[in-house]
Ligand binder design. Structure first.
Ligand code: PMT
Length: 399
């Protein structure tokens, strides 16, 4: 994929070299065009070094026109990503102006355009900016963000540019190699661990990083599904376009799942939910008085099993994390929890499963048929698993 990154003059331009670096790392070919104001924040030389290509800054540059001129550059791109996009550039794009190189490229291209706004929160909230954004959306220009948080001006609110990693992930949506197998479907997924409090400073949990569940959520989104991700405490960014609900304990996760489950076509339980919690959480820090501490545990509700008892139950996919007799226990869980499909995950192998970037699964459906997914990255494995789920959806749910 070839992405032309357009940089306009905002403080968030300091993140642009990292964005270009991350895009290149993900296999994208990158060229950069900058507005004059952008060059006051970051040097074209830096971007030339990270992109590995000359950087274009002038519309009327005889040297550039003799090489890759602005029309060739506009034709070259599979996607134009404007990041950061200032209020001024957004206004000029809305007006269809071509008074500098970046705005001209946007006017001259037939490729999709995505815009990552970055500005002060009042400028973002201003009706003029909001009208301009609506105009861009009506012309099928994608608006990525903005995010909320601390701003360079010292205020806190909506207007921060999305982080480079999020923008890189969003760009994959424009890579038309992804099969749209779940268009129109709603998919709810749990990911990560849960935490069960012992006292105000201690908890019980497990090694789930959330990588598998987040990769599946992204793959489902790229396949066209409307995705809701219920995440335990993890340190991973999710796609901006995915609805994310953060939870801590198994009971929080249970509640969030049941608040979101209506109308879902598919439910995937990828979270490593704590089976037990401490029966009584101490209100104060437990003191080290004795050589032994005995905790009494009670069972947590089984989230996925409760979903499969619903009248309009979605297509339910569970995971079975096992260290011995993996297939035997996975099959037992498939039938006991009344699932449509289960992914048997051998978590005794530290190269796959918990916290690894790779996984290896045996997927068994309710008829007992199984498919083996050999060890590969969680991202590519997720694409395959999502396609398998799409194939196995009952025809009533598929259409
Ligand atoms: O997050 P990563 O580091 O990427 O690791 C991925 C993973 C190893 C966590 C993942 O691939 C995985 O195997 N997830 C399931 C972990 C687990 O808790 O398995 P289980 O065999 O204990 O549970 C069986 C199924 O019941 C799972 O779908 C689980 O989400 C669900 N469950 C379990 C207990 C409970 N109270 N409620 C549930 O819904």
């Amino acid at each position: 994929m070839k992405i032309l990154v357009g940089i306009s003059g905002g403080i968030a331009a300091y993140k642009s070299p990292d964005l270009v670096r991350q895009l290149k790392k993900s296999g994208v070919e990158v060229r950069v065009a900058m507005t004059k104001a952008a060059t006051s924040f970051i040097s074209p030389l830096t971007l030339q070094a990270v992109s590995g290509n000359p950087v274009s800054t002038d519309l009327l540059d005889p040297e550039a026109e003799a090489g890759m001129g602005h029309i060739e550059l506009a034709r070259w791109a599979d996607l134009i990503l404007i990041a950061p996009a200032t209020a001024d550039l957004i206004a000029r794009l809305a007006m269809g102006m071509a008074n500098d190189l970046v705005s001209t490229l946007c006017l001259a291209t037939t490729a999709p355009i995505a815009v990552a706004p970055a500005m002060n929160l009042q400028m973002w909230a201003n009706p003029a900016t909001q009208d301009n954004i609506k105009q861009l959306q009506q012309r099928n220009i994608s608006i990525l963000g903005p995010d909320t948080g601390e701003q360079a001006c010292g205020e806190t609110g909506l207007g921060r540019m999305l982080e480079p990693a999020q923008l890189v992930a969003e760009c994959e949506l424009f890579n038309n190699q992804v099969e749209l197998t779940l268009t129109g479907k709603k998919l709810l997924i749990t990911a990560g661990p849960t935490r069960e409090d012992i006292d105000p400073v201690r908890y019980l949990s497990n090694y789930s990083s959330g990588k598998m569940g987040f990769a599946l959520a992204k793959a489902a989104f790229l396949a066209g599904a409307e995705v809701t991700l219920i995440a335990g405490p993890v340190n991973i960014e999710s796609l901006h376009s995915i609805k994310r609900i953060n939870v801590i304990s198994a009971r929080d996760m249970y509640k969030a799942v049941h608040e979101q489950i209506t109308d879902q076509d598919i439910f995937i339980g990828c979270a490593a939910v704590a089976d037990y919690r401490v029966s009584e959480v101490a209100h104060q820090k437990i003191k080290k008085n004795d050589q032994q501490l005995v905790l009494t545990m009670v069972e947590n509700p089984d989230i996925i099993a409760s979903v499969t008892t619903l009248k309009n139950k979605p297509f339910c996919v569970g995971f079975a994390a096992e260290t011995t007799d993996v297939l035997k226990y996975a099959k037992q869980k498939l039938s006991k929890k009344n699932l449509n499909m289960i992914c048997a995950n051998d978590v005794s192998n530290c190269e796959i499963g918990f916290n690894s970037d790779c996984n290896q699964l045996t997927v068994i459906n309710a008829d007992g048929q199984s498919v083996i997914f050999e060890k590969e990255s969680k991202a590519s494995l997720s694409r395959k698993l999502i396609n398998l789920i799409a194939e196995q959806l009952p025809s009533t749910q598929r259409d």
